[in-house]
Every structure is written in structure tokens, then in C-alpha cells.
Ligand binder design. Structure first.
Ligand code: NAD
Length: 386
């Protein structure tokens, strides 16, 4: 098998790395970046500090702070206007997955025009697009290192997966100091998102030896540090470890794929406005229990990396231990069921057929060790509702 590997050309990782952003952008020969972020990061002063590093490097940045969580096609219009008015030659995505994904979409639409619907999977987008530089503030989506953007169609509420090298950042500046302000819920949700990326990348039918190494390293690190970061957000060592693992997990799934958890998670986010990592978490143990029998050795490796099983355990026992460990993790991180989260049972039941259809259409379930039918996906939605 020949694997295609794509990574950002430049990755700066470490506490304080964001101070170097101006030099990173200048070294790429870029001078007029649009800094795409959200109102929260303007409010904390973090966006202004980043703008200052760009100015110090002699660049001419413009700030656009109008992104929304789980970006929609409608939310991109004002950003496109800012991009054009500024004559931007690059886009910096600064924030969690939402501002980074917004930046990626703007970089493509700014050059090619059209509607994001035209670019959704299975189309592979090779460009042209403006160069993207990504600076994450959650640990997290891994979007700083992925050839993926996820944009919700405002007309249909469908969370569209859009793929291809056009969305791969040219540079990623990964600074764990930016995550110190995350409250516990965000820490848990984004951390489970990263763990889901790593496990799904490893069990995916598209896994390869390169993505495997990154995936297992991320699983190990998250197993050791996520509970710590959740319990004490000021634990800088745990924050740093989680940030590194999230970027590794992003690289892993970007060069492999995600699978059924993500396929089923996006429709929950789109229809019920559940944070992306949290909807993953609601599904992760049940979908893993559904899938393990088709790839016990792969899931067993994840269990051992997570610290949930010993090297001497049989693969079947270790795979079963992974399901238990994911249940325990979700319990410890206070992950609610959809019912406990307040989602109306009638709305859940009514939307389940559409969610199953949208999950399948995203293509992600086809990478799962067990490729599910629409009926099986509907059953899984019913099972996790609880
Ligand atoms: P987010 O970007 O949606 O942000 C969630 C909230 O956290 C926002 O209110 C934001 O202001 C706040 N926030 C961000 N950084 C913070 C910090 N340091 N301290 C305190 N608050 C902070 O959250 P996310 O989970 O990082 O991203 C989720 C989005 O990313 C979803 O839309 C998901 O579909 C997408 N995603 C994309 C990829 C990809 O590869 N492109 C991968 C996974 C997820």
C-alpha cells in the first residue's frame, strides 16, 4: 500500500511559540494576513498580542473576529468581505477548531468563489487557495495540522466535511500557553475529540504505518494527561502534553481518516448544537463496543497505549477493556447522555433517520472496521440516547 502523507511545511511547538508567529509568516514571504478569530479571543487580549507580533515582523495584518462556533456558510460572508477589502495574501486561523476551519474555508472561497456545498466530501480540494497559518487555542480539533474543514450549511443544517490539501495549513504554531484559559468542560470536550481522532485514525481502514505511530503516541499521552488537565487547568505540564497530543492526533487522522464516531457526531452537533467533542464523547463507548469485534487487535493496541490493558492481555480482553476505559473516562469527565443534556426525545427520534443519512453521506462510516447500515446507525443513536 502506498500512503499519501501531507503535513504543514512548518510546525512550531512549545510554550511561547506564538511569540514567533510574525517571523513564521514573514519567513513564508507573506505580508498581508487576515487574522481570523472569535470575539472571546479578542476579549482576552490574545488576538491583540498576536497582531502585535505580526506588526513587529513588519507585516500588515487585519483582524476579523466574526467567526462563530461550528461555523456556518452564512457566517463566512463577512469574513470574505474582510479578506477582499484587505487584499489579503494569507489567512491566519486563531482559536479553536471553529476559527481555524473558518480561516480554511475563507482561504479557498477567497480565490475560487462559489459555495462551500460545492467543495464538500467526497470532492478532494487541491486548490488554488490562499496559504493558511493555524494557531490553535484548544487541545483539541487538531485542525492546525489537518487537510479538513467542517462547515455547516446554513440552509440545511448539514455539517459538511470538506477535504483536501487546499485546507492543510502551510504552518502551524502550537503554543500550549494559549490553552491555559480553557474551562474544565471545554478541556474535557476538546480532549475527548483528540482521543477520538487518535483511536479512529488507528482503527480506520485507511490507517498506515505513519499515521499509526502518531495515533498511538497521542493515545498514550491523552491517557496520562486528560484527567489531570480537567481536574486542574493550571497544570502547565498536562496542558502542554495535551496540546502536543491533539496536534499529533490531527496529523494522524488527516493522513488516515476518522470513522463512525465522527460520522455520527457531526449531525448531532448540527441539529442539536452540542459541542463537537461532547457529541463524540456521547457516542465513543457505544460505537467502539459496536466495532471492536471487527478489529480486536487494533483496538487492543489502543487499549494498551491508553493504559487500559497489559501487554499480556489477549486482544479480545484488551479490546473489551478499551470500551470499559472509555466509559470510565466519560464518567470521570462528566459526559452526559443526550437525554441528560436536555435533548428532547421526540426531536431525537424524529431526526434520527436524517442524521443516519447525513452520517453515511459524509463518508466517514465507510472507514470504520464495521461498515454500518443505516438501520444499525439508527439503532446506535437510539442506544446512546439513554
Ligand atoms: P471552538 O473553536 O468551537 O470553540 C468553542 C468555544 O471555546 C468558543 O466559545 C471559543 O471562544 C472558546 N475558546 C477557544 N479557545 C479557548 C481558550 N483557550 N480558553 C477559553 N475558551 C476558549 O472549539 P473546538 O472544539 O476547538 O472546535 C470545534 C470545531 O472544530 C467544530 O466545528 C468541529 O467540527 C471542528 N473540527 C475540525 C477539525 C478539522 O480537522 N478541521 C477537527 C475536529 C473538529
Amino acid at each position: 500500500m502506498v500512503a499519501g502523507l501531507s503535513l504543514p511545511r512548518i510546525v512550531r511547538v512549545g510554550r511561547g511559540a506564538a511569540e514567533d508567529l510574525g517571523d513564521v509568516v514573514a519567513d513564508l514571504g507573506l505580508s498581508r494576513p487576515l487574522l481570523v478569530t472569535d470575539a472571546f479571543l479578542v476579549g482576552t487580549g490574545a488576538a491583540e498580542r498576536l497582531t502585535a507580533t505580526l506588526r513587529r515582523a513588519g507585516l500588515h495584518p487585519r483582524l476579523f473576529s466574526g467567526t462563530v462556533p461550528d461555523p456556518t456558510t452564512d457566517s463566512l460572508a463577512a469574513g470574505l468581505e474582510a479578506l477582499r477589502e484587505h487584499g489579503a495574501d494569507s489567512v491566519i486561523g486563531f482559536g479553536g477548531g471553529s476559527p481555524m476551519d473558518s480561516a480554511k474555508a475563507l482561504a479557498l472561497l477567497g480565490v475560487q468563489g462559489g459555495h462551500m456545498r460545492d467543495y464538500r466530501a467526497p470532492r478532494v480540494n487541491r486548490g488554488p487557495a490562499l496559504p493558511v497559518i493555524a494557531v490553535p487555542t484548544t487541545a483539541g480539533s487538531g485542525s492546525e495540522a489537518t487537510q479538513v474543514t467542517v462547515i455547516t450549511d446554513s440552509g440545511t443544517d448539514e455539517k459538511m466535511l470538506c477535504l483536501g490539501p487546499a485546507f492543510l495549513p502551510l504552518a502551524a504554531v502550537v503554543d500550549a500557553d494559549l490553552t491555559m484559559s480553557m474551562p474544565p468542560r471545554l478541556t474535557a470536550d476538546t480532549g475527548i475529540d483528540a482521543l477520538t481522532h487518535a483511536v479512529e485514525a488507528y482503527v480506520s481502514r485507511k490507517a498506515n504505518p505513519f499515521s499509526d505511530g502518531l495515533a498511538l503516541a497521542a493515545v498514550t499521552t491523552i491517557g496520562r494527561h486528560l484527567r489531570r488537565a480537567y481536574a486542574d487547568g493550571s497544570d502547565a505540564a498536562a496542558r502542554e502534553a495535551m496540546m502536543l497530543a491533539a496536534t499529533q492526533a490531527g496529523m494522524a487522522f488527516s493522513n488516515s481518516s476518522v470513522a463512525l464516531v465522527h460520522g455520527m457526531s457531526r449531525p448531532i452537533g448540527a441539529h442539536f448544537h452540542v459541542a463537537h467533542g461532547l457529541s463524540n464523547a456521547m457516542l465513543f463507548p457505544a460505537v467502539t463496543a459496536f466495532s471492536v469485534h471487527a478489529a480486536p487487535g487494533r483496538y487492543a493496541d489502543c487499549a494498551r497505549a491508553l493504559g487500559a490493558a497489559a501487554a499480556t492481555d489477549s486482544d479480545d480482553a484488551a479490546a473489551a477493556a478499551l470500551v470499559d476505559a472509555l466509559r470510565a473516562l466519560c464518567h470521570d469527565l462528566d459526559v452526559p447522555t443526550p437525554r441528560a443534556h436536555g435533548i428532547d426525545p421526540d426531536a431525537w427520534a424524529r431526526l434520527t433517520p436524517l442524521m443516519a443519512e447525513q452520517a453515511l453521506r459524509s463518508g466517514s462510516p465507510a472507514n470504520n472496521p464495521v461498515v454500518p447500515t443505516a438501520d444499525q446507525i439508527r439503532e446506535l443513536y437510539a442506544r446512546v440516547y439513554a
